[in-house]
Design a binder for this molecule. Structure first.
Ligand code: FAD
Length: 462
């Protein structure tokens, strides 16, 4: 009989807080020994971006849910806090682990941590392996004919579609031999991820159920009731027409492979009626891929203009009061204020309105996209290291495949087109049209002209 391998396998989870379709977990089970799951709250390693408030709230719920599911399988979830480069080897030493498995991350600082750990753990004689789990296509596999990364979405997505299709999702292990030895874990409450004084998370609790089971249910609900109309309705903020999967995908409570697989099956069931909605939905997943590929090749995406000629953009001195009016939803532009209040209350904002408020901040208020990105980073439950800065740069005009700078969203026209009956605005800004509602803080026409004049500086410097 084959001897079981020495020591437990550690599955080090990061942005993949799930049991189903988790290649690192499956590899640990297949190894044949005992298994423990580790999560490290790393807020100190060089270049690792600390989570924003809404993400911290989500993480608390997601880890609690995961811990309960793992406990049912008899597998311990060990929580530790500190620099991963120190914590992972410490847990290896404490448990006598013989293997460490993880799913890959794509941010620059995270990759540095992971690469160094792989080297040191292997040098210590451990079995170490990493897996593709969070993206459908690994960034180094999708390149132009000349071997460069794509900078435009359409050819990027065509290259993905021409590549071998994503694998099917892996089944969740039903029996795992959990590591029974002692492995000290922090208590999640000690991490103080949830707000207390004040507790601003009431709207988040009402709007969301984090965790793997809720993610799977959200996908099923979307496919059964909204996929067929997705292409036509996804732009209307008052309709609940999109999947609301983004925070679940961000924390890896569901894998893109599972989403891809189930959406493709749903298309087959819907027949012709499902084709357009499914293609559109899968293309949005394609945008998620693109943002991560761009981040892989431009790790400073949250701080540095992707198009470096934008470094010449003459941002005027910051008008703090305008920034605060934008953050609080008090700009006097109803559709902008509706979006900013939705964000503050629920931790999300409809995609169309994200574009409108981002355009308003960067073009009508002439406030640097980085400040908007930071606000979103703190307040969005789906705040993502790739998608957030990518989309901010996309709207600002400095990003990959960006909207041309001169395309300034007009909030009034956007409201007419996408919220014609004012349903969305009335829901979030009930005082609109009364004396209690402020006058617009800027003139849209004047500020648009000023933005275009500022852009001329970039154009002339290129
Ligand atoms: P659906 O319409 O159901 O789309 C399905 C999935 O596709 C989404 O869950 C998401 O994973 C992906 N997706 C859709 N649109 C985009 C996009 N433009 N870029 C990347 N992925 C996309 N999305 C984030 O996940 N995290 C962010 O931090 C984030 N910041 C944004 C900032 C700005 C300024 C803008 C304009 C957009 C941002 N987005 C971000 C993209 C998009 O708004 C959200 O992904 C979408 O609103 C989530 O809702 P949904 O899950 O119902 O999307």
């Amino acid at each position: 009989m084959q001897q079981p391998p020495e020591g437990p396998a550690i599955v080090w989870l990061r942005d993949d807080l799930r049991i189903a379709d988790n290649p690192a977990l499956n590899a640990a089970v297949e190894r044949g020994g005992t298994v423990l799951v580790l999560f490290v709250l790393d807020e100190v390693s060089d270049g690792i971006r600390g989570l924003g408030g809404a993400s911290r709230w989500w993480l608390h719920q997601s880890l609690t849910s995961l811990g309960a599911s793992l406990a049912e399988l008899g597998v311990p979830l060990v929580l530790r806090r500190g620099a991963a480069a120190k914590i992972v080897p410490a847990v290896v030493a404490e448990t006598g682990a013989g293997a460490v498995f993880w799913n890959r991350r794509y941010g620059g600082a995270a990759r540095t941590v992971d690469t160094e750990l792989k080297t040191t753990l292997r040098a210590d004689g451990l079995e170490v392996a990493s897996f593709a789990a969070s993206l459908l296509f690994e960034p180094w596999t999708i390149q132009t004919g000349a071997g460069n990364p794509y900078s435009v979405f359409t050819p990027f997505w065509k290259a993905c579609r021409d590549a071998p299709p994503p694998r099917g999702p892996l089944p969740a292990p039903t029996a795992i031999d959990g590591h029974a030895g002692a492995a000290a874990s922090d208590a999640i409450d000690d991490w103080a991820l949830e707000p207390t004084h004040p507790d601003w998370a009431g709207g988040l609790r009402e709007s969301w159920t984090p965790g793997e089971a809720a993610a799977s249910a959200a996908l099923d609900d979307f496919l059964a009731t909204k996929l067929a109309d997705y292409a036509g309705e996804r732009d209307f903020p008052a309709e609940e027409a999109t999947s609301r999967l983004s925070p679940h995908l961000r924390f890896g409570e569901i894998s893109p492979y599972t989403v891809w697989d189930r959406a493709t099956r749903a298309r087959a069931e819907l027949g012709g009626a499902g084709a357009e909605g499914t293609t559109r939905f899968l293309t949005e997943l394609g945008w998620r891929e693109f943002t991560h590929h761009v981040l892989f090749h431009a790790p400073e995406l949250a701080t540095v203009n992707w198009r470096r000629e934008f470094d010449a953009f003459p941002w005027p001195p910051l008008d703090e009061s305008a920034l605060v009016a934008w953050q609080r939803g008090r700009t006097g532009l109803p559709i902008v204020d509706a979006g900013m209040r939705e964000l503050w209350t629920t931790g999300t904002m409809h995609n169309r309105i994200r574009m409108v408020v981002a355009s308003f901040l960067t073009k009508n208020l002439l406030i640097d996209w980085r400040l908007g990105e930071q606000w979103f980073w703190d307040t969005l439950v789906d705040a993502d290291e790739a998608s957030n800065p990518f989309n901010w740069q996309w709207v600002a005009g400095s990003g990959a495949d960006a909207a041309p700078y001169f395309r300034v969203f007009n909030p009034e026209l956007q409201a007419k087109k996408f919220d014609g009956h004012g349903q969305y605005v009335k829901h979030w800004v009930p005082e609109v049209g009364t004396d209690a509602y402020p006058e617009p803080i800027v003139d849209l026409g004047e500020t648009r002209r000023a933005a275009l004049a500022a852009y001329d500086v970039v154009r002339n410097s290129a």
